[in-house]
Design a protein. Structure first.
Ligand code: 5AD
Length: 378
């Protein structure tokens, strides 16, 4: 699919044609990642943040927000709960909180790995290479870092630099890939200033940078954030700029479906942001239009309401046990099954196999010295 074809789908309004898109995406999902829906227990371990992301409710500039950082024991209790509920993975997410030191996170990873068989996904923002390496060596399996938009002008506008640091999320994603993490990224849909061209380019970037997991969700204005104060929702009707992507539920399904078609072997969550736009069945429709992962929230309720990156998050009232039962029913009603085991993406498994093969080939058959000389001469 090229840029023009992607844009055509993004602008498509004909419901019969869109039905074809949903069907194609669902077929591709079934063929490449099967019928299992993998559940990841999300633990929002701290809402401290040193950044000023213009869209986000927990950014440093929001002085009225009460901040928390969970203790190691509290996090371990949640991880054990994830294991009891049968989940294969916990996702440890936080603002970009340097109070979560390299050593502390390392210790946390060791503890979770000692006490459970869970895969660990980290989502801790832009961290440096050496800590990413240490965490991977300590046992972290996956890392999520959305690049949010591939339009670098827009990216820098909504992510002011800090401490003389210029963000380069593509460089960090490359490092994560090289370190052997299963690597996830994604974008927000309908950021003020995001055009169809740039969203189509985002989708092509997913393919290009070799991602294993891709999460997309609508931009939801947060009244305590600069962008949220300036912009109401940009739907198809009240949108003054024809190039502006609307932050709608429909646009989110289109991007989920196109992501599945472009990156068929990746794991794609049906996100909480999407479920927040349609609390009735947004999560289910995401699963029927390309997604194969759900991330139930396991953050203790007293902290969860303080992790308000956008308002009216669908998970605010979801108690882990009740929600779990509800989710299992809904997934079963869709004719799908609950994922067993860690649920690595086929894309990652293939990548790992490929690396191992290349690695062993290189080690088993070192180029003889004589040939090396020949190669140099050539
Ligand atoms: N609306 C939608 N998504 C948001 N995120 C942060 N703030 C918002 C918002 N206002 C998303 C970002 C981030 C992820 C953890 O949450 O894409 O990467």
């Amino acid at each position: 699919m090229n840029t023009q074809q992607i844009i055509k789908w993004l602008k498509e309004q004909d419901s019969h044609k869109l039905d074809q898109l949903w069907q194609q995406a669902d077929r591709s999902r079934y063929e490449h990642v099967g019928n299992q829906v993998h559940l990841r227990g999300l633990i929002e371990i701290s809402n401290h943040c040193s950044r000023q992301c213009q869209y986000c409710g927990i950014q440093a500039g929001n002085r009225s927000l009460q901040r928390y950082r969970m203790t190691m024991d509290e996090i371990l209790t949640c991880a054990l709960q994830a294991q009891e509920l049968g989940y294969g993975t916990v996702v440890l997410q936080a603002g970009e909180d340097f109070g979560l030191t390299t050593e502390w996170i390392t210790k946390l990873i060791y503890k979770i790995k000692t006490k459970t068989a869970l895969a660990i996904t980290l989502s801790l923002g832009e961290r440096n290479d050496s800590e990413l390496r240490k965490w991977q060596q300590a046992g972290a399996d996956r890392y999520l870092l959305r690049f949010e938009t591939s339009d670098s002008e827009l990216f820098h506008r909504i992510h002011p630099g800090h401490a003389n640091k210029i963000s380069d999320r593509f460089a960090i994603l490359e490092t994560l890939n090289q370190l052997g993490y299963e690597t996830g990224s994604g974008v927000m849909i309908g950021i003020p200033g995001q055009t169809y061209d740039s969203l189509a380019n985002d989708l092509l970037q997913f393919q290009k940078i070799n991602l294993d997991m891709i999460g997309v969700g609508p931009f939801i204005p947060h009244p305590a954030s600069p962008l949220g104060k300036q912009h109401a929702n940009l739907n198809e009707k009240n949108n003054p700029d024809p190039n502006q992507v609307p932050n709608t539920e429909l646009m989110t399904y289109k991007v989920v479906a196109l992501t599945r078609l472009l990156c068929p072997q990746t794991n794609i969550p049906s996100t909480t942001a999407l479920a927040s736009l349609n609390q009735n069945n947004g999560r289910e429709l995401g699963l029927q239009r390309g997604a194969n992962v759900v991330m139930p929230n396991l953050t203790p309720l007293q902290y969860r309401k303080l992790y308000e990156i956008y308002p009216a998050k669908a998970c605010l009232q979801e108690k882990p046990d009740d929600f779990h039962k509800h989710l299992i029913n809904r997934i079963t009603e869709l004719g799908r099954t609950i994922g067993l085991g860690r649920g690595d993406s086929p894309h990652f498994k293939a990548k790992k196999k490929d690396n191992v093969t290349r690695f062993t080939l290189r080690r088993k058959t070192p180029t003889p010295k004589i040939m090396q000389r020949q190669v140099r001469r050539d």
